[in-house]
Design a protein around this ligand. Structure first.
Ligand SMILES: O=C(O)CCC(=O)C(=O)O
Ligand SMILES: [Fe+2]
Length: 341
C-alpha cells in the first residue's frame, strides 16, 4: 500500500537533521511540569430554542444563555457548546469521510486535481519554515463552501461534508447574531455580509509524530474570521493561551468548541477576544479535527460597533492581504494590531 503520510522529514532534511532546541517542557505545557488542563465554559444551547419538544423555554433561560456566551467570549475567547443542533450522525459521517480522504496515498492527496478541489486546497507542513518551531506536523484540506458542490469523490463524501457545512453555517450565524445582540449591536450585519459561500472548512489531520517534543501540530495562531466552530476527536492536543500560560483543552467529541476570531474582536472593539491557540502532536496516535471558519465576503467592511473605535475600518480583503504579506516578509502573522488606530 502506498504511504499516506506526507514526507515531512524527507522533504525538509535540514530542518530535522539537527533539531535545534526542543520545545521546552514548560513551553509545551506551561510553567508547571505537568500538562495543565482548563475547564472551558460549557454552554447549553437548548435554552436558545423556544419550540423544542413543543415546549417553550423561559425568556430568563434564553437571556442567561446569551449572557454566558458573551461572558465566555470576553473572558476566554473560547467556549464549548452542547445541544448545538448538529446531529451526532452528521458529525460521525463527517469524521468518517474525513478519515477516508486523509487515508488515501499522499501522492493522490497532493495531486492538483484531487477530488476536483481548487488548487492549493491540500497543504501540509510549512514550506517556508526556517526552523522546527515554525513547522506544523499536520496536513489539511481547506475547502471553501462554494467548492463543496463540485467535489467529485463519491456522492456520499460530498453529501456528508455538505451537510456538516450547512449545519455549521446556520449555527455560526445564530451564535454571531446573539453575540452581537449581547453587545447591543445590530445583528443583521451577519445576514447581509456573511453569505455561506464566503466561509470555509478546514479538515485537519495530525499524524503521530516521532518528534512530538520538537514540533507543533499547528503553530500558535489566531483565526482570521468572525468565529470558528471546531469538532475534534478524542485524542487531544489543542492548547490555548490564557494570561500568559498555555492550557490544554480536554477533548470531548460530544461537544463543539467555539472560538472568537480576529474579525469579531475588531467588530466588538476588543470586547470579545481572539485568543492564540495551537496544537501539540501525539507521539503515537493520529488526531483529526474539522474547523468551520465563519467569514464575510471579501468586500465586507469590518468596523467597530463602538463610537470610540480602537481599530480602523478595514475590508476583509485588506485583512487577508495584510496577513499574507506579513507572513511572507516576517514569517508570522501580525494580525489585528496592524489596524490599531
Ligand atoms: O485542530 C485543532 O484543534 C485546532 C485547529 C485550528 O486551530 C485551525 O485549524 O485553525
Ligand atoms: Fe485555529
Amino acid at each position: 500500500m502506498d504511504d499516506i503520510e506526507p514526507p515531512f522529514q524527507e522533504t525538509y532534511p535540514s530542518l530535522f537533521e539537527n533539531p535545534s532546541g526542543k520545545l521546552a517542557r514548560e513551553e509545551r505545557f506551561g510553567m508547571d511540569d505537568d500538562e495543565e488542563y482548563c475547564e472551558l465554559p460549557l454552554i447549553d444551547l437548548s435554552r436558545l430554542d423556544f419550540s423544542r419538544d413543543g415546549s417553550s423555554n423561559f425568556q430568563g433561560d434564553f437571556d442567561e444563555c446569551i449572557k454566558e456566551m458573551g461572558k465566555a467570549a470576553s473572558e476566554w475567547g473560547f467556549f464549548e457548546v452542547v445541544n448545538h443542533g448538529i446531529p451526532h450522525k452528521v458529525l460521525n459521517n463527517m469524521r468518517y469521510e474525513q478519515k477516508k480522504l486523509f487515508h488515501q496515498p499522499f501522492c493522490k492527496k497532493a495531486e492538483e486535481n484531487f477530488m476536483n478541489l481548487s488548487a492549493n486546497s491540500y497543504r501540509w507542513g510549512n514550506p517556508t519554515a526556517t526552523c522546527l518551531r515554525q513547522f506544523s506536523w499536520s496536513e489539511a484540506f481547506q475547502i471553501p463552501l462554494s467548492d463543496i458542490s463540485r467535489l467529485d469523490e463519491c456522492n456520499r463524501t460530498r453529501s456528508s461534508i455538505g451537510l456538516f457545512a450547512t449545519k455549521a453555517a446556520s449555527l455560526a450565524q445564530r451564535l454571531a447574531e446573539y453575540l452581537a445582540q449581547h453587545l447591543g449591536a445590530k445583528s443583521s450585519y451577519f445576514r447581509d455580509y456573511c453569505p455561506p459561500s464566503s466561509s470555509y472548512l478546514r479538515m485537519n489531520r495530525y499524524p503521530a509524530c516521532p518528534l512530538s517534543f520538537e514540533v507543533y501540530g499547528l503553530m500558535p495562531h489566531t483565526d482570521s474570521d468572525f468565529l470558528t466552530i471546531l469538532y475534534q476527536d478524542q485524542v487531544g492536543g489543542l492548547q490555548l493561551r490564557k494570561d500568559g500560560r498555555w492550557l490544554s483543552v480536554k477533548p470531548n467529541p460530544q461537544l463543539l468548541i467555539i472560538n472568537i476570531g480576529d474579525l469579531f474582536q475588531a467588530l466588538s472593539n476588543g470586547a470579545y477576544k481572539s485568543i492564540e491557540h495551537r496544537v501539540i502532536t501525539h507521539p503515537e496516535v493520529e488526531r483529526f479535527s474539522v474547523a468551520y471558519f465563519y467569514c464575510p465576503s471579501y468586500e465586507a467592511a469590518i468596523e467597530s460597533f463602538s463610537k470610540r473605535a480602537v481599530y480602523r475600518k478595514f475590508s476583509f480583503k485588506e485583512y487577508r492581504q495584510q496577513v499574507k504579506e506579513d507572513v511572507l516578509t516576517t514569517g508570522e502573522k501580525v494580525g489585528l494590531s496592524r489596524f490599531l488606530l
